[in-house]
Write a protein of this length. Structure first.
Length: 191
């Protein structure tokens, strides 16, 4: 199992998305499948200023995946960045809140300036798989000022098709990471 997305049959090793393309990350997990009430809670966290949800989600991540994080030998946690214009408009980056809260619980440093967004892309939620990938082309960069550790963990709120995580992981590997893992609050159903 690579991304943790539900599969149709027990003997199936990969979901539809993972079986169709190579992923630059080693493995990832999500707390829940993206459906009500989880989808509603994420919406409020992301767009309705319910920042304290980040602490609740991070606690659940630590309970469910804390041991896995340590087995992966994670050296730093990196949130998926927002473009500065979008962060200014929203007032915060929900992935950064999740990462910082999780980092405190599992005692792993969080670096929110290692990976940054250089393009203000369209929101992914209204795009299909191909459009999502094109939308993110050239969207991320890795800071030369901050060195990337060998084993890193990307944090985001939702994993739908994996386009965002894949692009971020690819850039982190170009920047020096050897192994990239991810955690999200929810994941698409994928069946």
């Amino acid at each position: 199992m690579r991304c943790g997305k539900p599969v149709g049959k027990e003997e199936q090793e990969f979901c539809r998305d993972c079986s169709r393309s190579h992923a630059p990350y080693e493995q990832g997990r999500s707390l829940w499948v993206h459906r009500v009430p989880v989808s509603s809670a994420i919406y409020r966290f992301k767009y309705k200023n319910k920042r304290y949800y980040g602490g609740i989600f991070a606690e659940e991540m630590a309970k469910s995946f804390g041991e896995q994080i340590h087995r992966w030998k994670i050296e730093e946690i990196i949130p998926v960045p927002l473009h500065p214009a979008r962060q200014k408009m929203r007032g915060y980056n929900q992935a950064q809140i999740l990462a910082e809260e999780l980092g405190k619980i599992v005692d792993i440093p969080v670096h929110n300036q290692t990976l940054y967004r250089i393009q203000n892309t369209r929101p992914q939620k209204s795009l299909d798989d191909v459009q999502r990938s094109r939308n993110l082309k050239g969207a991320f960069a890795v800071s030369k000022q901050y060195g990337v550790k060998k084993n890193v963990l990307i944090i985001d709120d939702i994993y739908t098709t994996g386009s965002t995580i894949k692009k971020a992981a690819h850039m982190l590997k170009l920047g020096g990471a050897e192994k990239v893992y991810f955690l999200t609050v929810s994941i698409g159903q994928g069946l």
